[in-house]
Design a protein around this ligand. Sequence first.
Ligand SMILES: [Zn+2]
Length: 435
Amino acid sequence: MTATLIKNGRIIDPANGVDRVGDLLVRDGKIADASLFISENFSQKPDEIFEEIDASGLIVAPGLIDIHVHLREPGQSAKETIASGTRAAAAGGFTSVVCMPNTSPPVDNPSVVTWINDKARDEGCVNVFPTGAITKNIAGEELAPIGSMHRAGVVALTDDGRCVQNHELMRRALEYARMFELPVMDHCQDYNLVGKGVMHEGYWSTVLGLPGWPSAGEEVIVARNILLAELCDTPIHCQHLSAAGSVRLIREARARGVKISGEVCPHHIALTDENLHTHNYDTNFKMNPPLRAQADIDALIEGIADGTITILSSDHAPHCDFEKEVEFDVAPFGILGLETELSLFLDILFHKKQALNIVRLVEMLTVEPARLLKLDRGTLRIGAAADVTLIDPNLEWTVDKTKFASRSRNTPFDKWQLKGRAVRTIVAGKTVWKL
Ligand SMILES: [Zn+2]
């Protein structure tokens, strides 16, 4: 048994409207009543290890949640494993990750869900919440067994990496998911419009001679999702939004009360399609959806600032060097995210753009994803699981990919100087990582 007193930190707990400097007591893996300690009613239990952490100058936040992570197991353990991926999460300040189903085999039946849950319990150092595929083999043709995956413990459905093109099938998926109150998330990509596109369609795709992935290829599916969410009166969450038009569509729909939401990843506000030119076709700048134009970045940040976008995520997508070290056209989409995510959001959204205050930033990484997926996380209420992240919002550091906990190195942010990062990650009362 252990008890830990986290002293003198700025406790930011948006779920409970808390923002004050004080002490947080953690006991037996749960948040405990710190006033007990102050009033000296605290008596150490026999065999109890008591520890104090000085959090002066630090933010004490509920453990951060990333709802968009590819852990690559089962089947792609050369890229990442549940062990290495959760270590990367911890090193980025995340105590919970929601993993995507496009593994090998995919998570389209209850046995793979159980396999991931067992493996995460044995080898993971943070909480892992699996999602299940909407369709069998993520092929977009036939619904996966939604009810049995729900019983096995998936927290949401998504065909991430792919997108259900058949609108009627998507409608059926929503109707089934609603029976289990299971959230549906969507990777928004219209295959016909996108074709073989590998980068944003615009000036730079013409200059570089690469096939374009037009913004409309995302916006069409965002619009489809708005219409279906309205038709079925069921929420849909749009993953990794990249285009200005998507933000506008979601803003208008939310104003009408449609149950639609969206998330934004760091690379889509940190980089533009011009970076493919300045970095000579570096495949670490290839992701799906692609990096877009400055006007899109401005619109995404505006959407974050005005509350249209409610969730921040990484789309952590590890790939081996040998897979990325090929011609741009044939390289896989995706980059690492977990270990630079919080710092990029702090650096860009809080320090540079001042698009939001630190309380809202913490809220978008804790309560908002917890609420969407109905996770009993993202709060520092007494009795809750003691998942806590200590953050130094002003710490300046330089990204060094050779030090990453991830098994992969595919990041465009190596050597970047950033301001702000997590310094300690606590899961169920136990420090799983510290700087
Ligand atoms: Zn995706």
